[in-house]
Write a protein that binds this ligand. Structure first.
Ligand SMILES: Nc1ncnc2c1ncn2[C@@H]1O[C@H](COP(=O)(O)OP(=O)(O)OP(=O)(O)O)[C@@H](O)[C@H]1O
Ligand SMILES: [Mg+2]
Length: 256
């Protein structure tokens, strides 16, 4: 299956060029998140400080360590109890999800948002923010291993399988060309045959100097990271390159 079409529109080429020369920097400063459970306060995130630059940052750690909470906080779905989020030197801690999206942040959901009558092509147009040709829309579908002729004009509804919906969501995130894209467990629901294609998508984003944050338990995704951050009990346990961090993860128990 051919996954990548090398042709890049002038607009996307320019964007790639700009990302290469302008370093997009996201800073998390002392982020804490607490919830009230049965009268007592529970600390879900405990003073997380992290500077994220272009390339692939993979956040991993045990179930319940706070990875999805952190993703939601970056995107503005949850408000931190404490701390600041700085994007390109601007404090975005109090901005809404919409305003953060306008500033170039995107979060890949488990499944695409479904509206009656909306086709895959419509969804990719909305995601890219302008009218794109069927050829360009098809390019995003091919990147996630879906045949454009079969899927472009299908309605985004529950008649699509879980894996197909997941790939359509990934394609729409690619079409967004956001400054910073966050993927929370992108491998969920993707079969092993397609998994290699998924890592190719991330490698391409890395090559294009995109800033990508991936929450993942998958060793093959950890392997291609520029930086791995391990969360445990709401704190950063360790961070570094795969060469330094992977032995720690795979030494005792397996990452995947
Ligand atoms: N509103 C809430 N009320 C109570 N507990 C919460 C709330 N939100 C999150 N938690 C708890 O916070 C912890 C972190 O949740 P989170 O979803 O961020 O974990 P995760 O690292 O993404 O885990 P997984 O690998 O299973 O996806 C969990 O123990 C969860 O039950
Ligand atoms: Mg999670």
């Amino acid at each position: 299956m051919s996954i990548f079409i090398k042709s890049v529109s002038p607009r996307n080429y320019l964007r790639g060029y700009l990302y290469a020369i302008i370093q997009v920097v996201l800073e998390l400063k002392n982020i804490s998140y607490e919830v009230k459970t049965g009268g007592s306060r529970q600390k879900i995130l405990d003073h997380i400080s992290l500077t994220i630059k272009s390339g692939l940052t993979v956040i991993t750690g045990p179930n319940g360590s706070g990875k999805s909470t952190l993703s939601s906080i970056i995107m503005g779905l949850k408000k931190p109890t404490d701390g600041q989020i700085i994007l390109d030197k601007e404090d975005i801690t109090n901005l809404s999800i919409t305003d953060r999206a306008k500033k170039g942040l995107a979060l890949s959901f488990q499944q695409p948002v479904k509206f009656k009558g909306i086709t895959v092509y419509d969804l990719l147009n909305v995601a890219s923010g302008e009218l794109i040709s069927e050829k360009e829309a098809g390019k995003y579908l091919k990147e996630v291993g879906l045949e454009p002729a079969r899927y472009l004009l299908r309605e985004v509804n529950n008649k699509l399988s879980g894996g197909e919906l997941k790939r359509i969501e990934l394609a729409s995130v690619l079409a967004r060309h956001a400054k910073i894209t966050i993927f929370d467990e992108p491998e969920a629901g993707i079969d092993l045959w397609s998994f290699t294609n998924l890592t190719k998508v991330f490698k391409k984003m890395k090559k294009d100097h995109r800033t990508v944050i991936i929450v993942s338990h998958q060793e093959r995704i950890l392997n291609i990271a520029d930086r791995i951050v391990i969360l445990e009990n709401g704190k950063i346990k360790n961070s570094g390159t795969p060469a330094t961090i992977l032995p720690e993860i795979t030494g005792g128990r397996h990452a995947a």
